[in-house]
Design a protein around this ligand. Sequence first.
Ligand code: PLP
Length: 663
Amino acid sequence: MEEIYLDANATTPVLPAARAAALAAMSEDFGNPSSVHSTGLKARAMMDAVRERARRVLNAPDGRLLFMSGATEGIQTAVLSALTALRGRLGVDYLLYGATEHKAVPEALKHWNALLGLQLQVLAIPVDAQGRHDLDWLREHAPRAGLVCTMAANNETGVVSDLDGIAAVLNACETRPFWMVDGVQALGKLPLQLRERGIDYAPFSGHKLYAPKGIGMLYVREGAPFTPLMAGGGQEGALRSGTENMSGIAALGAVLAALEEGQSFRDHAMLARFRDALAQALQEAFPGLVFNVPLALSLPTTLNFAVPGLSSRLLQDLFDAAEVRVSGGSACSAAKAQPSFVLQAMGLPDWQAAGAVRLSIGPAADANFIAEACARIRACGESLRQSCLSPAENLPLPDDGITRFAQDGACCYLIADREARACVLIDPLPEQVSRLAQRLRCQDFALRAVISSSGEPAHAEARELLAAELGLSLPAADARGWPLDTPVLALGQRRLERRGQSLLLDGQIAFGAAADPACGARFIAPAFDAEQQIVLGCAPATACDAGQLDGRALQDFVERQPEALLVDVREPYEQFLSRTPELAGARWEAVPLSRLLNALPAWLAQPRPLLFVCRSGNRSRQAALALARLGHAQSYTLAGGLALLPATAKTGSATSIDPAFHV
Ligand code: PLP
């Protein structure tokens, strides 16, 4: 199944016409525009024509239009130029930038301010809850500012700045500060009116609009100060030395031509219709979803949202399983998602800032593409309902065995017995209560106990909260939640008992602080032996003794080891959306990492080669490592995960979306 790429604000594929133009500039028309012979003259003519086209598209008949490596270079050049001109200027105290600006802007301001020794104060212009600049604040500070930087549209939220309002504030200053407008996300989507608004500098980037990476432009108003960032051979009128990126310029030219002729890109009204269709599909798939900015204030190509109770990471994994590429609105470190600074600057609640997902399309999207995107979004919602993860309308999930719930490096376990229709929870945390309550409702088993292995107060707090949320009165229990007068807790055939500081299930699996402070379950094999205990899951792996298998060797591995079991450790909501690769002779088993403990006894009793796979290789590595630590000699992980499988190995892996979910 083809991928649906909904991350256009990060980068875009290269337009076929742009690719062709780039190839031509590398093969037939490969000249250096500084050469005076015919080959060089041809190259110069192409470059000049692209510049003229850019002037028309940007409506910038005067001023400078320079080709650069991208927007980051344009931003450096603009900041260096303005700050050089500000040296020794009286009455200037501030350099101002919008609080939601791309990091390149504040970092460039700080860098050049320090390097040039200006010692101006670099201040963020606050934004309101809708991501718009606080014009009153700007009015107060602009008269003492030397440079003001305000992006035209935000890359995370798509929020369009009130450039007319900002221009009015700056025009009212006795000495107008220089003004840089980052036009990266606006190019091809919004008219910038560079001249009318008196914008001094506007950087642009090719790869956000179907040109390759490494080509961009900087507009500099006629009369605005300029200092070259790079000195050398005198190219670009000695304003930006270095032999020009001719293939990039040619490709950018093809994109600008497509913008001018108006066939390849959709207009604003059509893009708004696409956005509305996507928004509706999202709201149907994820009841309770909130958009992090009002759609009416943002580019029609960007949707930024959060879903109560679902992390950004989970949603990204879910979309990825449906071969839909979206981006987290926040940067994820290994252990914990960092909330988006853009959404934090807007004052959004933490859950929204940390759970944000960004979905962005490019203006070349067409109706079929959007219909397929909507179908896959709806399939994602269905997958959550099947896995008891939807914010509403979940289907029954009478599961069996042990399920692990991870929370910031700590683990909670649900032990369920389908026949006895009973379950026990170990070590829940208050943050997990709503998720667990939802799961218990889907399961609809009797909750026999909520036990803390360590006596941590948070576990007791979670027990109370859970009982309240479910409206239950749990059996009388001791301080750790262990039912009174119950030496052994029976769940059907399963037996849970206390052993020292641990809880022991069926004499095989120990949970609790004595097992590991970070993540409490260990498999004990074959008898209670500390050396053979195994930590599963959340704790970061320190050493990996498990073998790594390169995706290219997968078919070979299956042929050479016919008894091997290939284990897909992705979670059920991912497995629902995607099939494993079709490999001749392969034997697959689906064992989500959260349920790995259930499979260990059989795998250890009858060892055979085990190859774990997941999307990126992280979870499969944890599983393989767990087996290796238990003494399993042939546990492997698919390095780089399914994401890196060569296309040939993936051909059979078409994700199966039930046709019922197609629009
Ligand atoms: N400004 C904005 C708003 C962006 O989205 C980006 C790219 O992420 C940049 C600047 C940097 O652009 P480039 O990758 O061309 O350096």
